[in-house]
Design a protein around this ligand. Structure first.
Ligand code: HEM
Length: 500
């Protein structure tokens, strides 16, 4: 009996020493980036659980340098805090940083990484990104996007015009963007008060508000099997509801699909599958099963809906805060379109509005710390080694507030993007990167920019928007996830500029 106990202790001590030596040797092999001391296994708890993680990381980077190393529970997490190291990692190092780390809640939502956003760098990810990109480009042809936006906006602007008391702009913006994505993805045009769309929006809001900061199971995955938290159980239910809706939409399309007829994004995916079938491309067909296609729809819907509605929310906030800039935008719209409606062909003449959108994207931190990357091989950045399998994040906030690139970075100043003739400067500012860069650059950038521009121009053409009398713009903001900021709840009043 005594012998067994001694043996067990010896074995345990041996294993512990072995592990310490293993990690010490591993550490010595690499020149790892520096960071603050952390509690073993728990990590830099006060940083990664802070709602202002992006600001804390930027502060720490002043001491430790732009490549900041933190411990996220038992795992290493690197945060890149300036444009040089971000471009080195994401562009210069080609695909080295293009992987995605697995995490428990992400796996649940993506049915094991079968989507685009959270799936790691692989031939399957490449194929789905290619197909989804082609499907999105379809909306940039002719006046498809423009007609859809105008049709949709008119419904909501008419309803806004009926508001006599101060109202929450966010409620309208959220629905507007949701209806837009309903048309793009599902080919559906629904009435403004449609309960299904409202229910879907509520599900999305619940997911962001309740789970945006993650669940314990992301740090300690085995909890979900032995003692799942109440939060995890609720998350499983909510995600189940979302996926059931998407699967039903997909099934409706499968049942009514006619080869060669492209009604919407889902049909574009079915056409891509049909083409692979016609070409007898077995390798592609294997990757184009129903689960993968539903996951691609989920990505386009949610990546599109959340970033766009939050950007629009910030735009309205800044316009009410800076009425003098709003008036200048309206002068620009009137000068360009006269009594007509803003359209895609005016796009290159809306310089000030575009500059306001650029500035909105710089200051409204809708991407937070972006989507986590993972190194797929041993690599380097900023003179440090980054071992294979390390999680790496981009601090978009730090890039957009770097005093080296932004004068008065706390001020909303759209004129910084314009030349002396009031035209947008030909190159984007060096440290402006809301859509990220490299292999994983946002897939929707080319749709999001014209979509947002048209929505903002249509809104300002129709209304003068202001805060209710006696109310000042609230400088506070609400954090809803890993560094993602939204303006605090605010109400606006609208006055019609031109009676239709
Ligand atoms: C203001 C609007 C938007 C912003 C600021 C934005 C920003 C971003 C960012 C920061 C990423 C992560 C890039 C990385 O991993 O480094 C991303 C990825 C992505 N975005 Fe967007 N996005 C916007 C709109 C859209 C729209 C409208 C769509 C689709 C219709 C979309 C689809 C995607 C997809 C599919 C990915 C994943 C790409 C991949 O992992 O390969 N985004 N976006």
């Amino acid at each position: 009996m005594i012998d067994v106990s001694i043996n067990t202790q010896t074995v345990l001590a041996g294993v512990s020493i072995g592990l310490v030596v293993f990690y010490a040797i591993k550490r010595m092999r690499y020149r790892l980036p520096p960071g603050p001391w952390s509690i073993p296994l728990v990590g830099n708890y006060s940083v990664y659980t802070s709602v202002e993680v992006h600001k804390k990381a930027m502060e720490l980077s002043k001491k430790y340098g732009p490549v900041l190393s933190l411990s996220f529970g038992p795992k290493r997490l690197i945060i890149l805090n300036n444009i040089d190291v971000v471009l080195e990692a994401m562009v210069k190092r080609k695909a080295d940083f293009a992987g995605r780390p697995k995490f428990t809640s992400g796996d649940l939502f993506t049915e094991g990484g079968k989507d685009i956003v959270l799936s790691t760098y692989s031939p399957t990810w490449k194929l789905h990104r290619k197909i989804a990109g082609k499907a999105l480009r379809h909306y940039l042809q002719g006046d498809l996007l423009e007609n859809m936006i105008q049709d949709n906006m008119n419904k909501f602007l008419n309803k806004m015009a009926q508001e006599k008391d101060p109202f929450c702009a966010r409620d309208y913006i959220n629905l507007m963007v949701f209806h837009q994505l309903y048309t793009i993805c599902f080919g559906e045009k629904r009435t403004v008060d449609d309960p299904e769309v409202k229910g879907f929006l509520k599900l999305d809001e619940d997911l962001l508000n309740e789970f945006g900061t993650g669940v314990l199971e992301d740090l300690f995955p085995y909890f979900k099997d032995i003692y799942p938290t109440a939060k995890w159980t609720k998350l499983v239910d909510k995600i189940g509801e979302v996926l059931a809706i998407l699967r039903a939409k997909f099934k409706e399309h499968l049942d009514t699909f006619e080869p060669g007829v492209n009604r919407d994004f889902i049909d574009s995916l079915l056409i891509a599958r049909q083409e692979a079938e016609n070409e007898g491309d077995e390798a592609a067909l294997e990757k184009l099963d129903d689960t993968h296609l539903v996951q691609t729809i989920s990505d386009i819907f949610f990546a599109g809906v959340d970033s766009t509605r939050m950007t629009m929310d910030w735009f309205v906030y800044f316009m009410t805060k800076h009425p003098e800039i709003q008036s200048k935008c309206q002068e620009e719209i009137d000068r360009v379109v006269g009594s007509g409606m803003p359209s895609m062909k005016n796009r290159n003449d809306f310089d000030l509005i575009e500059a306001c959108l650029f500035e909105t994207m710089r200051m409204g931190n809708v991407a937070g710390l972006g989507v986590p990357h993972k190194t797929i091989c041993d690599s380097e950045v900023g003179g440090y080694d980054i071992p294979k399998g390390t999680t790496v994040m981009i601090n978009h906030w730090a890039l957009h507030h770097d005093p080296k690139y932004w004068k008065d970075h706390e001020s909303f100043d759209p004129y910084r993007y314009l030349d002396e003739n009031g035209k947008m400067k030909p190159t984007r500012p060096d440290s402006w990167l809301p859509f990220s860069a490299g292999r994983r650059v946002c897939l929707g950038e080319t749709v999001a920019k014209p979509e947002l521009l048209l929505m903002c121009a249509n809104l300002l053409k129709r209304f003068e928007i202001r805060l209710p009398d006696g109310i000042e713009a609230n400088p506070e903001y609400r954090m809803i996830g890993f560094g993602v900021e939204l303006p605090s709840e605010y109400k606006i009043v609208v006055t019609e500029r031109v009676k239709n």
